[in-house]
Design a protein around this ligand. Structure first.
Ligand code: TXA
Ligand code: MG
Length: 322
């Protein structure tokens, strides 16, 4: 856990244009001062991220939203009041103070308040909004531990705050609630069912549209280095073999695998989501030639888990993408 001194140093780095990786409840973020165009440009460099992929701006408190962006729609206000701090990103109009590089030139801006004590203390201490994508190279697995960040980004980051493993383990749900019917742009840690309790029915935008509005929704994304194949659970045993790694939901798969990861022996989707990227990082490091994964039940946060698995598979097997 970061000591107060580390938090103070990290906040000072943010204020002076530095890059700080920090824990959130979803995944680790790679933060820079969102008011500073040069600092945020360094995020794109460090991640090798295309400039058309906009960043999420993080605030310490829901009360900081309207002072930054002005009045928001009733639906946005209701969602922020209910789910912040938490794994929900809302789309609002970009205010003047936020340089266009943060939003890749869009007139809209993605914003959220993370539910992680160190993250909120860091942002509050920095005294500025913090632009932060997930702290991984573009297209690769998101980091859910400080060591994933160090391994993936190394010296491209000025400081990595260690807050232990991320509680949710999967990115925030992104919602555009500015129009009549809210649109989910990215499935994430906050289940659609929970959103709908506040907003009524939402539209889940088909993830594979290829539009550059939310590249986290590109078919090929969130990928391990090892090729990943998604097969129905009933066919898992047939896919076993030396040199193969298995990502199973609740039951240990039959067959001779070189490495096996079970996401939740209890069959709990929240636990499965929390362990997903960590398990993929481990399988990636196991030296297997292929990862074979089964989908989890398509409900609650399970929808976001399956979404990430389909995208990881699409990188290597375009024909089987969603
Ligand atoms: O849980 C999370 O959201 C994590 C933590 C660090 O907060 N962040 C994260 O950031 O996942 P990133 O950059 O990996 O994914 C952000 C997604 C991108 O796909 C981006 O295209 C989309 O948010 N996005 C950002 N601004 C947007 C906007 N104005 N309209 C639509 N999508 C936007
Ligand atoms: Mg990302």
């Amino acid at each position: 856990m970061p000591a107060d001194g580390d938090l103070g140093e990290a906040a000072a780095l943010l204020r002076t244009g530095g890059l700080v990786a920090f824990p959130t409840e979803t995944v680790y973020g790679l933060g820079a001062n969102a008011l500073d165009a040069r600092a945020t440009a360094r995020i794109f460099e460090a991640k090798q991220r295309p400039s058309f992929d906009p960043l999420i701006t993080h605030l310490a408190d829901a009360a900081d939203l309207e002072p930054l962006v002005g009045p928001v729609s009733p639906a946005v206000a209701a969602l922020a009041a209910r789910f912040w701090p938490g794994p929900l990103t809302l789309i609002v109009d970009r205010p003047e103070q936020i340089p266009p590089i943060v939003t890749s030139g869009l007139d809209s801006m993605a914003v959220r308040v993370p539910d992680q004590e160190h993250a909120r203390r860091l942002i509050a201490a920095a005294g500025v909004p913090v632009a932060a994508p997930s702290a991984n190279r573009f297209g690769q697995l998101s980091p859910t531990r400080a060591e994933h960040v160090v391994h993936g980004l190394g010296t491209a980051v000025d400081l990595v705050l260690d807050g232990g493993p991320s509680r949710c383990g999967i990115e925030s749900t992104i919602v555009d609630a500015r129009g009549e019917r809210p649109v989910v742009l990215r499935l994430g840690a906050l289940p659609v069912e929970e959103l709908e309790k506040v907003t009524g029915p939402v539209t889940v935008r088909p993830g594979n549209s290829g539009q550059p509005v939310a590249p986290g929704t590109l078919a090929a994304h969130y990928a391990p280095r090892t090729p990943l194949r998604l097969v129905p659970g009933a066919e898992l045993a047939d896919a076993a073999g030396a040199g193969r790694g298995c990502l199973a939901f609740r039951d240990r798969p039959a067959g001779a695998w070189t490495a096996v990861e079970v996401l939740s022996a209890a069959g709990d989707l929240t636990e499965a989501a929390a362990r997903l990227f960590d398990a993929l990082h481990r399988l990636d490091a196991a030296g297997v030639v292929e990862i074979v994964a089964e989908p989890v039940p398509e409900m609650g946060v399970g929808r976001a888990v399956n979404d990430r698995l389909r995208r990881a598979a699409a990188t290597w097997h375009p024909a089987s993408g969603d």
